[in-house]
Every structure is written in structure tokens, then in C-alpha cells.
Write a protein that binds this ligand. Structure first.
Ligand code: ATP
Ligand code: MG
Length: 403
């Protein structure tokens, strides 16, 4: 079946009044990014809906690309016919045949905005309904609660038919809420946190702390692969890898064992915040979940958080581990996350870190070391590169300036 276009219905953005124009533009950009390997498709963002003119592109492929895009409530592939009753009947039959269930019910919902068409909407409902019923034996009509609703819209430029409504990802278009730095480890929680922030329109850039030779190349690669998984929701993600070895060695040497974890986290947060400033970010996102480990008690959060007043978004803070795992499975990061590679946070961590660190003590211990110089050095050594969705990474650059 040849679909002429895909009709996209907006989610929450329809209610956002004066921001709507901006939201539609963001969504259009994100959609274009997701299909940039199909340059024949033309994207047209209107006030109430968006049209994707397929120009021969596969609607199945586009469907898969649209599903993860935030800001889309639902979408439908649409068939176009000439302004001719027989052509409409045939197209209606072909569509219903493809989508109906055994012994199912259906209904035709016709709308005529082009007055010169010979049949009005109720005549069309009857004509098309009768034609399809004659052709498909086990089908019956149910106008109140049909299993399948066939929309037929008669306009001056043709007749448009659709019957499948595919559910979109909901949420807000990524980057409509501004930019934040996502502290991305190789664990289960932080990719989920990143995904949830993206769902509310946040454009995230990933920051990963790497301490070779204590942490391996594979541990770094794992973080990159996780970033690639969530890049699906925005097209691509900027990745920053921070060299953290020298700071960790210094902490290990200078700070009493029970405070190593707290100081390490504070340094990570300070560096992330400095990077955020450079990248014009507005917030920091992490995967902390209350009570999960020693660094995630409220006392710890207080001592760690004291290095900055920047908003820290913790999307999974009140979730149970199995709730987080469920989302990780849905977004396909779980299997990657459970691969056993060392994390920089655990390498020098004592078996019993302080669960109730005192802020005055942390500040006191830190005062013996010139951390500013070390932080500056780490910032200068950051490696920054874009991470794209696997299939997109193959798209040639020649398409890049098309949009
Ligand atoms: P995760 O599953 O996300 O690793 P976790 O339960 O293992 O979380 P921690 O290791 O205590 O918890 O980390 C808490 C948060 O600190 C992480 O969710 C992440 O946001 C951040 N973090 C930890 N390690 C790193 C790292 N190497 N690079 C960047 N951020 C990190
Ligand atoms: Mg971790």
C-alpha cells in the first residue's frame, strides 16, 4: 500500500499557547534529524499538526523513526486518491483489509471540506461503508465503539484516507526546555535519568568521568554505547569524557578514607558544573536514587550538593530499583548497563564510606589540597565528540546541510 504522507498529532505542546510556534519548530527539527537519511521526505509543521510528505519513502521505516520522538501524541499514515468515488472505495477497501481484525467492527468517518464533491459526508459514510462491507465478509459496522475507524477527508486537492493511529512517545520536544549536563556512568540509573529528562524537553549532553588505568577502555566505551542508546530520542548527543585519574589519586592520598567518596563526588559535580557553564547549560541531571547507596543518603546529597547552586535534576530519586530497571528495559539500556566494568567512583571507595558526612569536615579536608589547579587541568583535558544513533552514524555528511 502506497502512503502519500504521515499526519502527526502534537502532544502537550498544543496547550502551550504562545510557545507553540517555537515548540512546533523544535519538533520539526527533531523529526528532520531522525529521518535525515531520507531526504525525499518533506516536513511541513502547521499550527495543529505536522505533515510528512513521503515522496516514495517507506512508511514503515519512518514509523520506526517517529516512535521515539518526544512531543508526538500519535500519527497516521495517509493514502491520497483523486476526487473520485470509485478510487476512494478501492483505497478504503485496501486500507481496511490491511488493518482489520477477524470478526472485527468498523466505522467510516467522512468529512467534506470541498463542496463540489458529489457526495456529502453522510452519503460518503454510507457509500464507502457499504462497499467495504461487501468485500470483507466477517466485518460489521459499529458506530459507537468500532475496532477500526476509517477517516476519509475530502479536500479540493484530493481525498485523504487513514485508519491506523500509532501512539507516539508523548512528552515535550527535546531541547524545548533548554540544555543540561547528564552525569552518565555505566550503571543502570543514569541512562534512565537522561531519558526521563529528555522526555520533558531537556537537551542533554553526557559527561563521563574516566580514570585510566584504574578504569578500562571498555568502561569508557560502555558509557559511549549507553549515550548512543539514548541518542535515539534526540538524534545525537554530545559526549564529554573527563580525565579524572589525577584527582582521584590525590583524593586517595590526602583525604581520610571515610570521606573519599564524598570528596570524589564533590569534585565530579564541580567539574560538571564548570563544563555546564561553558556549554550554556541550565541544569545538571544525575541518576541518584534516595537510599540506594552511601552517596545517596540525604546527608550525603547535602554535603555533595553544597559545591553548587545549579539546579540538579534527579529524575529517578524516588523510584525503587525495579521501577528503574523496568524503564531501562523499555529503552534497551539494561543489558548494556549490567555488563561488569569498573566505575571510577568505586575504585578507591572504602567498603564503608560515611553515610552521614559532615559538610564542615569535608571542607576542612579539601582545604589541604589545591583542587582548583587539578580541576582546571581536568577541564582542559576533556575529550568532546558527538555520539549518534547507530544507524544514523552511517548517514553521509552530504545530507547534513539539507535542513
Ligand atoms: P548508575 O546506575 O547511574 O551508575 P548508581 O546507582 O551506580 O548509578 P552511583 O554510582 O552512586 O549510583 O552514582 C550516582 C550518580 O553519579 C550516577 O547516577 C551518575 O549520574 C553519577 N556518576 C557516577 N559515576 C559516574 C561517572 N563515572 N561519570 C559520570 N557520572 C557518574
Ligand atoms: Mg554507578
Amino acid at each position: 500500500m502506497e502512503f502519500e504522507r504521515i499526519l502527526i498529532r502534537y502532544g502537550e505542546l498544543s496547550t502551550k499557547g504562545k510557545n507553540r510556534k517555537q515548540f512546533v519548530a523544535k519538533l520539526a527539527t527533531n523529526v528532520k534529524q531522525a529521518i535525515k537519511d531520507m531526504p525525499e521526505i518533506k516536513v511541513h509543521g502547521e499550527r495543529d499538526r505536522m505533515q510528512l510528505y513521503l515522496n516514495g519513502a517507506s512508511h514503515e521505516k519512518v514509523t520506526e523513526r517517529l516512535k521515539p520522538i518526544f512531543g508526538i501524541q500519535s500519527f497516521s499514515p495517509v493514502v491520497k486518491t483523486e476526487l473520485d468515488v470509485a478510487a476512494v472505495n478501492e483505497a478504503a477497501y485496501a486500507l481496511v483489509r490491511e488493518h482489520h481484525k477477524e470478526n472485527g467492527t468498523f466505522k467510516v468517518a467522512a468529512r467534506r471540506s470541498f463542496r463540489d464533491f458529489p457526495l456529502d459526508s453522510s452519503e460518503l459514510n454510507q457509500e464507502v461503508g457499504a462497499f467495504v462491507l461487501r468485500k470483507i465478509e466477517d466485518l460489521t459496522v459499529n458506530v459507537k465503539q468500532p475496532d477500526l475507524k476509517l477517516n476519509v477527508e475530502v479536500r479540493s486537492d484530493g481525498v485523504f484516507l487513514s485508519c491506523a493511529t500509532i501512539l507516539g512517545a508523548g512528552g515535550l520536544p527535546v531541547s524545548s526546555s533548554g540544555r543540561a549536563m547528564l552525569m552518565l556512568s555505566g550503571g543502570i540509573d543514569s541512562p534512565v535519568a537522561g531519558y526521563l529528562a529528555m522526555k520533558r524537553g531537556v537537551e542533554v549532553e553526557a559527561v563521563h568521568f574516566h580514570s585510566p588505568p584504574y578504569t578500562s577502555e571498555q568502561a569508557k566505551q560502555k558509557a559511549i554505547d549507553l549515550a548512543r542508546k539514548i541518542a535515539k530520542y534526540s538524534g545525537q548527543i554530545q559526549m564529554h569524557v573527563v580525565p579524572f585519574t589525577e584527582i582521584q589519586e590525590t583524593i586517595k592520598k590526602q583525604v581520610p578514607e571515610s570521606y573519599i567518596m564524598t570528596v570524589t563526588r564533590r569534585m565530579m559535580l564541580l567539574i560538571t558544573d564548570a563544563l555546564r557553564r561553558k556549554r550554556n547549560g541550565l541544569a545538571i541531571v544525575n541518576g541518584e536514587s534516595l537510599g540506594q547507596v552511601a552517596s545517596q543518603t540525604l546527608e550525603s546529597m547535602l554535603a555533595i550538593n553544597a559545591v553548587t547552586t545549579t539546579p540538579i535534576i534527579r529524575p529517578v530519586v524516588s523510584m525503587d530499583k525495579n521501577e528503574i530497571i523496568k524503564i531501562a528495559q523499555e529503552i534497551d539500556t539494561f543489558e548494556l548497563s549490567i555488563q561488569p566494568f569498573e566505575d571510577c567512583c568505586t575504585i578507591f571507595t572504602p567498603t564503608a564510606p560515611k553515610t552521614k558526612p559532615k559538610l564542615e569536615k569535608v571542607v576542612h579536608y579539601e582545604s589541604f589540597v589545591d583542587f582548583d589547579a587539578l580541576i582546571e587541568k581536568a577541564l582542559n583535558g576533556i575529550e568532546t565528540f558527538p555520539v549518534e544513533v547507530a544507524e544514523m552514524a552511517e548517514v553521509k555528511d552530504e545530507f547534513a546541510d539539507l535542513f
